[in-house]
Design a protein around this ligand. Structure first.
Ligand code: 5GP
Ligand code: ZN
Length: 114
């Protein structure tokens, strides 16, 4: 049995400010926001990272992208622009090993990211 923070948030065993949920996908506010809007979008099902997703997850991954752009509109960050990012592996900054996409917006963002 894995003990996974985002599995627990998705099943409501752990608290978070949830902004979207459907049968496959949950989105909630990051506890340490790096922008005025900083959401985490996750599949309910445990997948460690994007590198662990397969062909069978194609519809789920597409669903996450569609949820992200809908949330950007709902959160009022669409006009200014927003960023969707996933960290795969410790070297890229992944600290929670349940696939998640950061939706960041509400401020200008530089490129390349750090
Ligand atoms: P990563 O570093 O793995 O790409 O992103 C993990 C994110 O999860 C971080 O931005 C971190 O602030 C967020 N996080 C860690 N613990 C919690 C928590 O208990 N609740 C919420 N809402 N976010 C968390
Ligand atoms: Zn998990």
């Amino acid at each position: 049995m894995i003990d996974c923070l985002f599995c627990r948030i998705a099943s409501k065993e752990a608290r978070a400010e949830i902004v979207h949920e459907d049968p496959e996908v949950v989105a909630f506010r990051d506890i340490r926001p790096q922008a005025p809007v900083h959401l985490l979008i996750v599949p309910r099902r445990h997948i460690e990272s994007l590198a662990d997703a397969g062909e069978a997850d194609a519809a789920l991954l597409a669903r996450i992208l569609l949820v992200a752009k809908d949330l950007a509109i709902r959160e009022g960050i669409d006009a200014r622009g927003w960023r969707l990012v996933t960290n795969r592996g410790r070297g890229a900054g992944q600290s929670v090993f349940h696939l998640h996409f950061h939706l960041l917006g509400g401020r200008g963002m530089s490129w390349p990211p750090g």
